[in-house]
Design a protein around this ligand. Structure first.
Ligand code: AMP
Ligand code: MG
Length: 502
């Protein structure tokens, strides 16, 4: 007969097995960060989807030892906190040492389902890589990262995740005094292109080899038997990045700071800073107020991703199996030159689906480009337009739209072409509408929605964060009680300024 365990109700171990593979790398890769005070720590929000995924209760984060470990850095049995060193090209300029200045990897867990997740705290205080900064993150940027990570996941975009958001009475000094926050984030891997650049450009070739072997085993185990494993890894990173950027462009997401240290080896969206989901469609949209040159403008993202992949390739190419260096470089070039084709194909697949097209035809790209040109010229709301598109088959709805347009003949010309194209598709209008609604979200994290949640969270009230999280977890579903969350942004939204300050 089994005897019930009296401690079961207070179990601190939620059934996660700590494996901490990154901590097993030599000391040159990381340091063990010190605890840092985080007064009046409270858990403000947890992600139900991520708690499920890990098989833990949300309440775990509301009490010690997890609450203390996630906020003050107190001990958590099994965790082996580390801050890692990396480098990166920031706005095109190489910075030889960056690192987790305010991120602390708690460790890596294996779930009961056998998935592995790295758990990382952002804003948990200074580390050896803080370069004189405070190691903190403000509530404003933490709420945005917390909500965006989970919203992107619900949209089906590869991304790092957020498990919990913590608040404190700790003041943080930016342009003004702001409350501090910490996001507990989770990802299969937090490796960045910048990790490879650090070891390559600083001439630590043995360490670079170790890192490559670690990354292959950790992030690309399926390539273990590849003939040339390093080239195969580069090829796989290129493929995943092309898919991720196609997702961004299709959903109207602008990252804002695509430095190589903000590029994930696993092809995940990482480091949510001055990002934005576009409201009115503008191909040259710049969401980062400090990016005056528009290096990271919306329509530049595919090109920048390729530029960043070239920087990664430069660190990997000498480890290709080719007999000569020249042959390895040629191979790397061929892989990189294929990125635009892969991206374009991935993007076109998504855009066809947004238009309700199931078959692929040569002129589809022109149909999409013509529509985007119309949308830009008219300043149409990107998300609302695609959501409404199937309903425009009703003349009344179309008349309503046309009453708001500047150039009705140009729009009507596009519409006729679109109708002619739809006539070649087999689906019934009802089936097409359902398929289109499954890929064209109704609810996205618009800046003004995040802003309202931030203001309340700064005052200690997470209810709007929680409400938004719930709505954005089902972006493709009609949620009649939250109709206002799908409205056009109010006029004040255009005054919201986003910068790297966080
Ligand atoms: P980011 O612009 O957030 O991608 O950060 C670029 C680099 O600066 C990374 O190495 C960060 O770890 C570091 N960093 C950013 N903000 C802080 C901060 N408040 N304290 C310490 N390091 C920071
Ligand atoms: Mg970063």
């Amino acid at each position: 007969m089994s005897v019930p365990d009296p401690r079961a109700a207070q179990r601190t171990d939620p059934g996660l097995e700590w494996i901490n593979r990154f901590a097993r790398l030599p000391g040159a890769f990381h340091e063990t960060p010190a605890p840092a005070p985080f007064p009046d720590a409270t858990c403000l929000a947890t992600s139900p989807a991520m708690c499920d995924r890990l098989g833990v209760e949300a309440a775990l984060f509301e009490r010690d030892p997890w609450l203390g470990a996630c906020t003050h850095g107190s001990a958590l049995p099994g965790a082996e906190p580390r801050a890692s060193v990396y480098a990166g090209h920031q706005f095109g300029v190489f910075v030889p040492q960056l690192g987790d200045g305010r991120a602390k990897l708690l460790g890596e867990v294996r779930t009961a389902q056998g998935e592995t997740w790295e758990l990382q705290l952002k804003g948990a205080g200074p580390t050896r890589f803080s370069r004189g900064a405070d190691g903190r993150a403000v509530m404003r940027s933490s709420v945005r990262e917390y909500l965006a990570s989970e919203a992107m996941a619900a949209l089906g975009v590869p991304t790092t995740r957020a498990l919990a958001l913590f608040g404190s009475s700790l003041p943080v000094y930016r342009e003004r005094v702001e409350p501090a926050a910490i996001v507990l984030r989770a990802a299969p891997s937090f490796l960045r292109f910048g990790h490879f650049e650090y070891f390559h450009y600083n001439g630590y070739s043995e360490r670079l080899r170790e890192l490559i072997d670690y990354a292959r085993a950790h992030d690309y185990p399926e390539l273990a038997d590849a003939e040339d494993p390093v080239a195969a890894m580069l090829e796989a990173v290129i493929a995943r990045t092309a898919e991720m950027i196609a997702d961004w462009q299709a959903v109207g997401f602008c990252h804002g700071v695509m430095n190589t240290d903000n590029m994930s080896l696993a092809g995940l969206t990482i480091d949510y800073g001055p990002f934005a989901f576009m409201d009115a469609f503008d191909p040259g949209y710049i969401c980062n107020h400090t990016d005056q040159g528009g290096r990271y403008a919306f329509d530049q993202q595919p090109r920048v991703a390729q530029w960043n992949l070239v920087r990664l390739a430069e660190t990997l190419v000498i480890h290709f199996a080719d007999a000569t260096r020249e042959a390895a470089i040629e191979r790397a070039k061929a892989l990189l030159e294929d990125f635009p084709r892969q991206y374009r194909q991935a993007w076109l697949t998504r855009m066809r689906a947004k238009l309700g097209l199931q078959s692929a035809q040569e002129p589809d790209e022109a149909l999409v480009q013509d529509l985007l040109a119309r949308m830009a010229a008219e300043g149409m709301d990107y998300t609302r337009f695609f959501r409404q598109l199937p309903d425009l088959e009703q003349a009344e709805t179309r008349t309503q739209l046309e009453s708001e347009l500047e150039d009705v003949p140009a729009w009507q010309a596009w519409w006729s072409g679109y109708q002619a194209r739809l006539a070649q598709e087999g689906a019934t209008p009802a089936a097409r509408r359902a398929a289109m609604h499954a890929v064209n979200p109704k609810y996205i994290l618009r800046n003004h929605l995040a802003q309202a949640a931030i203001e309340q969270a700064e005052a200690g009230d997470p209810s709007e964060v929680l409400r938004l999280q719930r709505i954005l977890a089902r972006p493709f579903d009609e949620q009649p009680e939250f109709e206002a969350y799908a409205d056009l942004p109010p006029a004040w939204a255009s005054g919201i300024r986003l910068s790297c300050s966080s």
